[in-house]
Design a protein around this ligand. Structure first.
Ligand code: FAD
Length: 378
């Protein structure tokens, strides 16, 4: 088999890149070890305003609008911040991935589900990619190999590109929504006992409820912390209809510096494209992979100079303050210190900062990509 581009990983990043490339006439093979794109989803799926404004996601793949966030301290003190804009929507990710895959297939792309990436090596004109399906190995030759294979990318070292080195672990339950006692809400629990270095979340948009915990693996047992958190928010796991368990690693080292060379590119989590502070990776995944497709088209046309547009170091300066804030949060190990931090957040200047973090457009730098009408996911 031969292709212009092999993409490993059909998550949000891989699907977006694959679809953008096929629409522009590129011959793409998209391989993923999962048997179907809608299975084993590992994200809550909270999409931020920036994504909702810039990308035309199909309405039936989005939950109701969320405009209110509550920050809850270890002692249960609450700070509510509300926006007058439509800030978040929880994506129905299986539907969204299936929708994007259908677009890719319709444009002529080849999708290989249940196909594991083994390794790749350089060959004249690009790479030979070794894959395996149902235990049977086979090769695909390509000009460009794109690693969209998540936080612990195996494509990255094979391309000689940078690799993630700092992660948090996130686990969550998805349940049917509980009756709302106000507008749809995103509750963030700041408590190092259940979420060391990050937060625990409960999102109820009126149709679905997600409750989860995240933190540094070295400082907690994620499954035990989720159990503790269920108790705290009053979920009785034995009797509640838990629809799905989700979980995975989230890279928080900030975008990697070397994310492309003449043999290929990294996108999404594989490129470390996640906000180091909020651990939001969906906006970066969709945004960076749109840029990657743009650059790949130029490289395939012989303009390798276009790779200069796809360097992680051009974005990394934008992450400096967020990386410092991440270090500060990671250093808070005692509930008492977190209580004091929460008290500080309730003061006016810090409240403004919280507003900026939750409702700003700064989760990932804007990148120069195609005109908006060409980015539509519909
Ligand atoms: C619990 C949790 C909750 C989260 N919630 C949010 C949120 O609400 N909002 C937000 O913005 N971000 C969130 N994130 C982060 C966000 O989900 C990720 O940044 C984003 O999904 C990354 O997309 P991706 O396409 O790069 O990677 P993935 O979605 O991880 O896709 C990688 C794909 O590669 C495939 N793959 C991996 N290895 C191989 C291999 N060897 N061979 C073949 N295929 C392979 C996998 O099967 C997978 O389909 C969350 C993360 C976690 C863990």
């Amino acid at each position: 088999m031969r292709a212009d581009v092999v993409i490993v990983g059909a998550g949000l990043a891989g699907l977006q890149c694959a679809r953008q490339l096929t629409r522009r006439g590129v011959n793409v093979v998209l391989a993923d070890r999962k048997p179907a794109v809608g299975e084993r989803i590992h994200t809550t799926g909270i999409l931020v305003r920036k994504t909702l404004e810039d990308f035309a996601l199909p309405e039936d793949c989005l939950g109701p609008i969320v405009r209110t966030v509550r920050l809850i301290s270890p002692a249960g003190r609450t700070l509510e911040i509300a926006s007058d804009r439509d800030e978040f929507r929880v994506g129905r990710m299986a539907s969204l991935y299936e929708h994007m895959l259908a677009g890719f297939l319709h444009a002529g792309g080849r999708y290989l589900p249940g196909t594991r990436y083994l390794h790749a090596h350089p060959a004249p004109g690009g790479s030979i990619v070794h894959l395996s399906r149902e235990g049977a190995p086979f090769n695909v030759g390509c000009r460009l190999l794109i690693g969209a294979d998540g936080a612990r990318s195996r494509v990255a070292p094979d391309l000689g590109l940078d690799q993630n080195h700092e992660w948090i672990v996130g686990v969550e339950d998805v349940l049917p929504a509980r009756p709302l006692d106000g507008p749809p809400r995103f509750d963030c629990y700041l408590d190092p006992r259940i979420a060391p270095g990050y937060l625990a979340w409960a999102v109820n948009d009126g149709q679905e409820m997600h409750i989860g915990v995240g933190g540094y693996a070295a400082h907690f047992n994620a499954a035990a912390a989720l159990e503790q958190f269920r108790d705290r928010v009053g979920i009785d796991a034995a009797n509640e209809p838990i629809v799905e368990h989700r979980g995975g690693l989230i890279p928080v080292n900030g975008i990697l510096r070397r994310i492309a060379n003449e043999r290929g590119l990294l996108i999404g989590d594989a490129a470390g494209a996640v906000s180091p502070l909020t651990a939001g990776g969906l906006d970066p995944a969709i945004r960076l992979s749109t840029l990657a497709a743009d650059v790949a088209v130029e490289v395939l046309a012989g303009n390798t100079a276009a790779l200069a547009r796809y360097r992680g170091d051009q974005f990394s300066s934008r992450f400096i303050s967020r990386r410092w804030m991440r270090k500060a949060i990671a250093a808070i190990r005692s509930p008492r210190l977190m209580e004091l931090t929460c008290a500080a957040i309730r003061t006016w200047p810090m409240r403004r900062l919280a507003n900026h973090i939750f409702f700003g457009r700064g989760s990932f730098p804007d990148v120069q990509v195609l005109p908006l009408h060409q980015q539509a996911i519909e």
